[in-house]
Design a protein around this ligand. Structure first.
Ligand SMILES: Cc1cc2nc3c(=O)[nH]c(=O)nc-3n(C[C@H](O)[C@H](O)[C@H](O)COP(=O)(O)OP(=O)(O)OC[C@H]3O[C@@H](n4cnc5c(N)ncnc54)[C@H](O)[C@@H]3O)c2cc1C
Length: 385
């Protein structure tokens, strides 16, 4: 991938997802959102388009594309709606990717084809009630007993974990102590329906209302020893890698929301009149929209840059954190400004900008808060941890 120009394949994919989002998602998603219902039909269509298999090889049921392709799809979906975009993001980058990157051949064969087709969803359980940013403070435990992991603990805010098509959640758990006394953290795959694994409370959320988020409870939940994902004790390093990549995906999703705010505002500025002129006639509105476009554009360049470094096999931790930081800021700022352009209608649920406003805030929190991104950037600059 050229850092600033799309290949024909990427441009075609982008166009196909743009059309899908405009014609198949936009007309129906507001209703799901208001009912706080999971949009199974829309997700199934996304599965048939191959979106859940985008970055995976064909031998695993994927499309043979790359992570940048996933990011382009996320941007185009989030231009219209973030609930379906986060369902795709979490399904691919948190659900399937740990298995693809670190799983055994058996685990890949058992799960990847269904996850790639979108017929099944995977989830990633890292956050706990006592903390998400300090992932090293994991309290969930897994002890080996008679060839099985016995898991106890609670995970909070886990995306895609309680739908009718959820197949598995990969959880991080303390599996022992290291020589230096620090906890040994490993990742373990728990199939949905395993006795002792229950989906707890459904949250009442401010945004992402057509996506699925749940608390998960593990009480003496037993899975085979072979369900370890990757090496024992490497769980911490593994999820850091998964989160570095995921930040580029969340940045792409944020850019989509920021661009959706521009799209809606430009349209409305032509349509709405005040004091005898379309409001787009007034420079105050033009400048607001121009700033929104500038934010979306610069944030897009930031995630393109991080993605191209990642695909080239270069270090990308700092660039991914920068992309996530600036893109989530752009999404928040644009959502606030777009709502202002819409005046009172911006506060109504019938208008997409109202949804954008409610959906923007979580982008500064999920997959590492803005403070965590700044900590990562500072560390990459050699400042003390
Ligand atoms: C809708 C939704 C979906 C989610 N999906 C998932 C999922 O699929 N899987 C998953 O594992 N998690 C998921 N999360 C959890 C999310 O990743 C965490 O909420 C996030 O990482 C922050 O953790 P926390 O909520 O525990 O906040 P805390 O870690 O308690 O932080 C609270 C505040 O303190 C700040 N802070 C913390 N430490 C420092 C420090 N050292 N210096 C400066 N400031 C600091 C934080 O930036 C934040 O502002 C989801 C959350 C939501 C709301």
């Amino acid at each position: 991938m050229n850092r600033h120009q799309l290949s024909t394949e990427h441009a075609d994919l982008r166009a196909a997802v743009e059309e899908f989002a405009r014609t198949e998602v936009a007309p129906v998603i507001g209703d799901y959102y208001e009912r706080e219902a999971f949009p199974y039909e829309v997700i199934a269509k996304m599965g048939r388009m191959g979106l859940f298999g985008l970055p995976f090889p064909e031998e695993h049921g994927g499309m043979g594309g790359d992570y940048f392709a996933l990011c382009l799809a996320l941007e185009e979906l989030a231009r219209v709606d973030s609930s379906v975009a986060i369902t795709l993001e979490a399904g691919v980058s948190l659900g399937a990717m740990p298995i693809y990157r670190f799983g055994t051949e058996e685990q890949k064969k058992a799960y990847l084809p269904r996850l790639c087709s979108g017929e099944a969803l995977g989830a990633f359980g890292l956050t706990e009630p006592d903390g998400g940013s300090d992932a090293g403070a994991t309290r969930t435990t897994a002890r080996l007993e008679g060839g099985e992991w016995v898991i106890n603990g609670t995970k909070s805010f886990i995306t895609n974990s309680g739908t009718d098509i959820t197949a598995l959640v990969t959880v991080t758990a303390v599996t022992g102590r290291r020589g230096d006394g620090r906890p040994e953290i490993s990742s373990i795959l728990v199939p949905a329906g395993t006795p002792g694994f229950s989906v707890g409370q459904k949250y009442s959320k401010v945004g992402w209302n057509a996506s699925d988020t749940n608390e998960l409870v593990f009480e003496d939940c037993r899975v085979p020893e072979a369900n370890l994902v990757g090496e024992r004790g490497r769980g911490y390093a593994q999820f850091l890698r998964i989160l570095d990549e995921g930040r580029i995906a969340i940045a792409a999703l944020s850019v989509g929301l920021a661009q959706g705010c521009v799209d809606e505002s430009v349209r409305y500025a032509h349509e709405r009149s005040a004091f005898g002129n379309p409001i787009g006639h007034y420079q105050a509105i033009q400048f607001k929209i121009a700033e929104m476009e500038a934010r979306a554009h610069t944030a897009r360049l930031a995630y393109y840059d991080a993605a191209s470094r990642m695909l080239a096999g270069e270090p990308f931790k700092k660039e991914a954190a920068i992309a996530k930081l600036v893109a989530s800021n752009a999404a928040m700022d644009n959502a606030r400004d777009a709502t202002q352009v819409f005046g009172g209608y911006g506060f109504m649920n019938d208008y997409a900008v109202g949804r954008f406003y409610r959906d923007a805030k979580i982008l500064e929190v999920g997959e590492g808060t803005s403070e965590v991104q700044k900590m990562l950037i500072a560390r990459e600059l050699g400042l003390p941890a």
